[in-house]
Every structure is written in C-alpha cells, then in structure tokens.
Design a binder for this molecule. Structure first.
Ligand SMILES: C[S@@+](CC[C@H](N)C(=O)[O-])C[C@H]1O[C@@H](n2cnc3c(N)ncnc32)[C@H](O)[C@@H]1O
Length: 285
C-alpha cells in the first residue's frame, strides 16, 4: 500500500510541476528504480532446466534407454535413489550399451548425469566406449570380472555410492563382480543388478533348475538368508562379508537392489543354538 504522503504528493504536487521535475523529485524521494529487462535464458540453460525438472522415467524416454519401455525399471530406481539426487557421489554402471557397434551406447549414462546433477558418472564396458566421455561422464574399457580394472575405477573415482550391473547378464559374471565390487561400495551404498531372468536361461549361463546354486537368483536367495545370520543355530557359522554388510534386499521383476550397511542388530537369545563342538544329533537346547 503506498505511503499516505506519497499519495498526497501525487494528488497535490504532481499536477503543479512539469513532468521532468516530477520525475526528478520522485528520484530524490527514493522511488523504486524502473525494472530492468530480464536477459533471456540461453538454449543450453533452458535445456538444462527442462531436464532437471524431469523424473527418471521422463529422462529415460528423453535419452532412449531401455530402462523404461522395454523394461520398467525407472520407477524402482527413482524410489531407491531419489535421496541422492542432489548429492555429490560416484555412480558406476557396468555396461555402457551398444555392444561392439561403433559410437552406440551411453544412453543410461546420460540419463544418470541429468538425474544426478552433482554426481560423477562412470561406465565400464568390454568394448571401447570412450566416445561417450563428457563433463561428469567417464568411460572405462574392460571386463566386469577383471579385479584390476574395478580397483582402478575405485582408486580414480572413489568408492561408488551406487553400482548398477547391466553388463553381460551372465550369472557367473554377475556373481563374481558382486564378490569383488560389493566390498568396494560405499558403506551406505546401493548395488543394483538388472535382468536377473537370465538365471533361468541356459543360453545365458543360467539354469532351468530353479534350485541351481550358481545363478544370480541363487545369490539373491543366499543374501536373504544372510540377513538373518545372527539367528543361525550353528555356533561355528562364520558370517561372510555380505552377511555382515547387506541390510536389505529388494526384489522386483528382473531387478534387484541390495542396500549396504552394518547388519549387526543382534537378535537376543536364540533358542536351540548349538554350542561349538556339538554334533548334529547331540545339540542341547
Ligand atoms: C544391455 S547393454 C547396457 C545398456 C546400458 N546400461 C543402458 O541402460 O543404456 C550391455 C553392455 O554390456 C557390455 N558387456 C558385455 N559383456 C561385458 C563384460 N564382461 N564386461 C563389461 N561389459 C560387458 C556390452 O558390450 C554392452 O554394451
């Protein structure tokens, strides 16, 4: 609301003085300066803002990764990774895409770059995908089961907060990569494995036998058991690294999320735990 003196001046003084003098008087009275025209945003800035307003499914469509459309993974990723959106961290995705086709791939890396505007995005592929490199996107060439290349990635980029295995999809590779890389994941990191359906496909190294212990889904089922290792009855059971560091496993259609933390809540007294040295038949309750 204008000040009453200002209203009085407008009514009484303004009609008596020339317009130029009135403007000078207004300036002396500290009237607000005329608004400056706002510079239009550059096309790059407009695009950056448009992408930043998108959710992950919209970004997947924008960059045409099959994480949405062929698969329906992006809402699950959004749920499990949303809390990192504004954080500075390293995301490692195994499998950049395009296989041996030259200059093909990188779609999901670009999607991640825009979903996580402060993160370093690192891709690993068995093929040379160096063409995808860009600010905040790095590409490494090597096998997902090569410990040396995985260690080099971590040494050069820090322990990843997020690992996504979207590489060969061969269960033996997925299991070996998890064995090597899970200990290198940040303490509260998230490890995702895509396309677990290859567990059931012999042509991909899986098995029609759903009890086969060598598949990706067998690894997942073992992790579920490991969540409760503190209640196992065998007193001489030696917990594995993943028993002690997996705090949650979320399973969706063909997609798994494994949360890392300290799995040591303790369960109190466990009825029927065997003492070390007890035989299978002679354990006391
Ligand atoms: C399904 S594509 C990745 C798609 C990409 N992540 C996306 O969402 O757009 C799988 C990629 O894994 C690569 N790959 C296959 N075997 C691999 C291995 N042993 N180690 C690393 N990468 C491998 C392939 O060259 C291919 O480019």
């Amino acid at each position: 609301m204008p000040h009453p003196l200002r209203t009085l001046a407008v009514r009484v003084v303004k009609p008596l003085v020339p317009e130029s003098l009135w403007r000078r008087l207004r300036g002396l009275a500290g009237a607000a300066p005329a608004p400056q025209p706002v510079a239009p945003l550059s096309p790059a800035e407009q695009r950056r803002r448009r992408l930043q307003a998108m959710d992950l499914t919209e970004l997947a469509q924008e960059f045409r990764t099959d994480k949405w459309g062929r698969h329906f993974y992006t809402p699950h990723y959004q749920r499990h990774l949303e809390h990192l959106r504004d954080e500075r961290f390293t995301l490692l995705e195994i499998g950049i895409g395009g296989y041996a086709r030259e200059k093909q791939g990188g779609r999901s890396l670009r999607m991640w770059k825009h979903f996580f505007p402060r993160a370093q995005i690192v891709g690993l592929d068995i093929e040379d995908k160096s063409f995808v490199e860009a600010p905040r996107i790095k590409a490494y060439q090597g096998s997902q089961t090569d410990r040396e290349v995985l260690e080099r990635i971590v040494a050069e980029n820090g322990r990843p907060q997020v690992v996504i295995d979207d590489g060969s999809h061969r269960p033996e590779h997925i299991r070996e990569t998890f064995r090597v890389l899970f200990p290198m994941l940040a303490d509260d990191g998230v490890y995702a494995i895509e396309d677990t359906q290859t567990s059931y496909w012999p042509t991909w190294g899986g098995s029609e036998d759903r009890q086969d212990p060598t598949t990706t889904m067998a690894l997942v089922k073992d992790l579920l058991d490991g969540l409760n290792y503190e209640e196992f009855l065998d007193a001489d059971y030696e917990p594995t690294y993943s028993d002690r560091h997996v705090v949650a496993v979320h399973a969706y259609h063909n997609l798994i999320f494994i949360e890392k933390g300290l799995n040591n809540e303790g369960g109190g007294p466990t009825p029927g735990r065997k003492k070390a040295g007890d035989t299978a038949h002679g354990a006391s309750a």
